[in-house]
Design a protein around this ligand. Structure first.
Ligand SMILES: Nc1ncnc2c1ncn2[C@@H]1O[C@H](COP(=O)(O)OP(=O)(O)OP(=O)(O)O)[C@@H](O)[C@H]1O
Ligand SMILES: [Mg+2]
Length: 160
């Protein structure tokens, strides 16, 4: 059994470009099957971070916020990428009916904004991210919650 260090990796993101770059940096360490949650207030930068990450994984074209659709799917080579936003999610029954459980599989990477709205239904994330306001910029905290997540953070620490 791995003992995981619960201390978050923290970095300051002075502007939007830094948030995009942090997403791109983290993309480099991800493995198929991983789940990332993104918490933070409305406008904290969760979608911006996800855009940087998805671009770096090879998504071309427009990357829309999933705030209305709940999920935006992408396929790059054999990798399925699912970008969720559960802000408008109502209850556990909606989760059952949505079939979203099927999206979390060995050949997908799932990014989840507002995971707290689907608490109890979502699989445990490998990496739990939080964005907080910090002056004009943002502070990013990343916690690894699985051995895969810890390996990822160790290889690509977002120091700063
Ligand atoms: N590090 C940063 N410093 C300053 N502004 C930023 C930073 N990162 C992102 N932003 C800006 O914050 C705004 C909101 O970002 P974004 O849509 O990504 O937030 P969100 O967390 O996804 O919000 P929601 O909860 O509504 O989905 C955007 O205008 C974006 O440019
Ligand atoms: Mg968003």
């Amino acid at each position: 059994m791995h003992v995981l260090n619960d201390t978050p990796t923290v970095c300051f993101l002075p502007d939007e470009a830094a948030t995009l770059a942090a997403g791109a940096a983290l993309a480099g360490c991800l493995q198929p099957g991983m789940v990332l949650t993104l918490q933070g207030d409305l406008g904290a930068g969760k979608t911006t971070f996800s855009r940087g990450l998805l671009r770096a994984l090879g998504v071309t074209g427009r990357i829309k916020s999933p705030s209305y659709s709940l999920v935006e799917p992408y396929v790059v080579s054999n990798l399925y990428l699912y970008h969720f936003d559960f802000y408008r999610f109502e209850d556990a029954e909606e989760w059952q009916e949505s079939g979203f459980r099927e999206y979390f599989h060995a050949d997908s990477i799932c990014l989840v904004e507002w995971p707290e709205k689907a608490a109890g239904s979502l699989p445990e994330p490998d990496l739990a991210l939080r964005l907080n306001w910090s002056g004009e910029g943002r502070e990013l905290q990343v916690r690894a919650l699985s051995p895969a997540g810890a390996a990822c953070l160790n290889r690509f620490p977002l120091a700063g």
